[in-house]
Design a protein around this ligand. Structure first.
Ligand SMILES: [Zn+2]
Ligand SMILES: [Zn+2]
Length: 277
């Protein structure tokens, strides 16, 4: 199928090299889906999460000892690289980027830097999936049950800290990740309740010129939310399906494109670029 005008790259895709993704989720199948949708490019951003950390990491300074109920596992760097080379060879019509989704990069600066020294990538996403409690890191879904609104405010506050103290990532992934697990279904989540906190995150991100991701696995951002980013000076928007199976690559991108456009952003310099103000 010919490339559709205006369809952006999918900058956030997982395959079986991520610890939470099935063996059947291969790069080849994800590329086939991207091509069928007319996407110009795809980034394989596997989870880079640490369960042990360097003495130099802030997680150590903060006295964190472990992750609660952790299934996190390391990326097989050699296996990942071999499959990436194979699909780049097989699908020359698709631009295929390497990548990682760094979890809590501000807490693991030294560990992330060491990883990327040995295995540099094209795309680095910054994600906050967990918050600390009593010396352990807990997935936010776990914390929401105690205090949803308080956890959300803490989450957005921690994002400002993450943006200000880590420059390793180019794209801020799923800015309101906890809404996926909102008690009583995500439809009860009201963005407006947290407008000031969102705006603080967007200001911090805009100051650094980095891209905000519209994540299409999460409940979709409203036009208002993306416009807050625009109003705070945001320069770039990235689209990410956060697919954990090939069928989800590029999911709901038509809707996401409409939202981002209505908020004041346009396609960038070329089909591979972020969307820009
Ligand atoms: Zn994530
Ligand atoms: Zn992800």
């Amino acid at each position: 199928m010919r490339s559709q005008v205006g369809m952006p790259p999918d900058n956030h895709v997982h395959t079986h090299w991520s610890w939470d993704t099935a063996e059947s989720s291969t790069m080849r199948r994800a590329c086939e889906k991207a091509i069928a949708l007319g996407l110009p490019a795809i980034a394989f951003t596997e989870h880079l999460d640490f369960t042990v950390w360097d003495p130099d990491d802030r997680a150590t300074d903060e006295g964190l000892v472990d992750r609660h109920a952790s299934r996190h596992a390391e990326i097989d760097v050699a296996g990942y690289a071999a499959e990436l080379a194979e699909v780049r060879d097989r699908f020359p019509e698709l631009r295929i980027w390497s990548g990682v989704e760094t979890g809590e990069p501000h807490l693991f600066q030294s560990s992330v830097a060491a990883y990327l020294r040995d295995a540099p990538v094209d795309r680095v996403l910054g994600s906050l999936h967990s918050l600390s409690k009593d010396g352990r890191l807990y997935g936010v879904g776990h914390l929401l049950w105690e205090d949803a609104e308080g956890t959300m405010r803490r989450y957005l506050g921690e994002l400002v800290d993450m943006i200000e103290t880590s420059d390793v990532f180019q794209i801020l992934a799923h800015v309101d990740f906890p809404r996926r697990y909102w008690p009583g279904t995500s439809r009860r989540y009201v963005e407006k309740t947290f407008e000031e906190e969102y705006r603080a995150v967007f200001r911090a991100l805009a100051t650094t010129g980095r891209a905000l991701e519209v994540n299409t696995s999460s409940p979709l951002a409203s036009v208002d939310q993306v416009r807050w980013f625009h109003e705070e000076g945001g320069e770039a928007v990235s689209f990410g399906s956060d697919a954990h199976q090939p069928a989800a690559v590029g999911q709901r991108f038509h809707l996401a494109v409409d939202i981002v456009e209505a908020a004041g952003f346009r396609p960038g310099r070329d089909p591979f670029d972020f969307w820009r103000r």
